[in-house]
Design a protein around this ligand. Structure first.
Ligand code: S3P
Length: 412
């Protein structure tokens, strides 16, 4: 099977294509609502976007600093990546933009991007508590040396997108490694960016060259069928053309630690992004512990790992307080949902524990407007003795519109 194009990479290619000189063509662009939000935001900022067929997008770049003032609020939908990365771009444009989002996004913290962008010279106002809407008044910026206390690829990327427009050298030094798609995408569009250990250095301004790029499959979407195969006795799944960037593959090691047999083969590299095939086969159940050091590279996969651990082995996660400010409070909603399905699960301030010793019964759960929770509950439900009903399950369209159809095909 294959999975939809990578969400993180799609956002970045679209934004960089909008800034490039010339027209870029993207293939296997993520079909989920989040990446469509990025395209419609770019259109609201004067960028011409064509959609000639499924997964194909042509973006006519406006050149560095060439975005136009929008005529109304720019709607990021459910997408935190869209709002945070666009804040970085807009910080360098000399006009005022109001960024809004849906109810989930309106509850999410934005100070983490406001602080460094303000330090660079932008003016950004938010609602109470640093929440959206954001009103970004951009203009000429100055470079900074930024060392965030919490690792975040979105924050790093917002600063790098601002730095691209800014005369001088900006550095971002992170306390731990985070996904490096922005760095690789910048290089693919012709920008010189220097990465050493956990520091990224970018000297602006630099212009970008339009490109034709293929987006690899999203390993965070592949995580759902992969975890199902690891959990269900007698199962095996092979996923082709999936992104295998080493800042994203921690999941595969965790599946091995869980007892699954995992093969990974990189067969090509597109714009610096390795892609290839993975095969995951059930073997046995072993207990899993996810420590604070594991969390940054696994953050999006923790809901499905919790679902997988209900089959056997169990799971303890700590140092993952960040889960509370994702698309939902992914600690209390996840634990509450798995308990409703019969799991023995307990919440901690910065994590949770799933005990291995109880088969799920099934039942009724709410997706809490969170695509990854809807999919995690579906995987958990595969191991239950009775049926599982997920209210609000159509939220999977945020990242993986064909999720239920794919799951049904795999089951057959
Ligand atoms: C993302 C980074 C991560 C991740 C999110 C996508 C990105 O968020 O959870 O789904 O595309 O940069 P943080 O930067 O908040 O850790």
């Amino acid at each position: 099977m294959t999975v939809p194009g990578d969400k993180s990479i799609s956002h970045r290619y679209a934004m960089l294509a909008a800034l490039a000189d010339g027209a870029s063509t993207l293939t296997n662009y993520a079909p989920g609502a989040d990446c469509q939000s990025t395209l419609s935001c770019l259109e609201a900022l004067g960028v011409q976007v064509e959609r000639p067929g499924p997964g194909r997008v042509t973006i006519s770049g406006r050149g560095l600093g060439g975005l136009r003032a929008p005529t109304g609020p720019v709607n990021c939908g459910n997408s935190g990546t869209t709002m945070r990365l666009l804040s970085g771009l807009l910080a360098a444009h000399p006009f005022v933009t109001t960024l809004i989002g849906d109810a989930s996004l309106t509850g999410r913290p934005m100070r983490r991007v406001m602080a460094p962008l303000t330090e660079m010279g932008a003016h950004i106002e938010s609602a109470e508590g640093g929440r959206p809407p954001l009103v970004v008044s951009g203009g000429a910026l100055h470079p900074i040396a930024f060392a965030p206390s919490t690792p975040s690829a979105q924050v790093k990327s917002a600063v790098l997108l601002a730095a691209l427009h800014t005369a001088g050298t900006t550095t971002v030094t992170e306390p731990a490694r985070t996904r490096d798609h922005t760095e690789r995408a910048l290089a693919a569009f012709g920008v010189t960016v220097v990465c050493e250990d956990h520091t990224v250095r970018l000297t602006g301004p630099q212009r970008l060259t339009a490109r034709a790029l293929q987006v690899p499959g999203d390993l965070s979407s592949a995580a759902f069928p992969a975890a199902a195969a690891a959990a269900l006795p007698g199962s095996e799944v092979t996923i082709d053309a999936v992104g295998l960037n080493s800042t994203r593959t921690a999941l595969l090691n965790v599946l091995r630690r869980f007892g699954a047999e995992v093969e990974m083969h990189v067969d090509t590299r597109v714009a610096g992004e390795p892609m290839g095939r993975i095969t995951v086969r059930h073997q046995r159940y072993q207990p899993l512990t996810i420590t604070p050091a594991d969390v940054p590279e696994l953050i999006d996969e923790l809901p499905v790992l919790a679902a997988m651990a209900t089959f056997g082995g169990g799971l303890t996660v700590s140092g993952a307080g960040e889960l509370r400010v994702k698309e939902s409070d992914r600690i209390s909603s996840l634990v509450g949902g798995l308990r409703a399905l019969g799991a023995d699960a307990t919440e901690a301030p910065d994590g949770f524990t799933i005990s291995p010793l109880r088969q799920l019964t099934g039942g009724r759960v709410d997706a809490h407007g969170d695509h990854r929770l809807a999919m995690a509950f579906a995987i958990a439900g595969l191991g239950a003795s009775g049926p599982t009903t997920i209210d609000g399950a159509d939220i999977v369209a945020v990242s993986y519109p064909g999720f239920f159809a794919d799951l049904e095909r795999l089951r057959a």
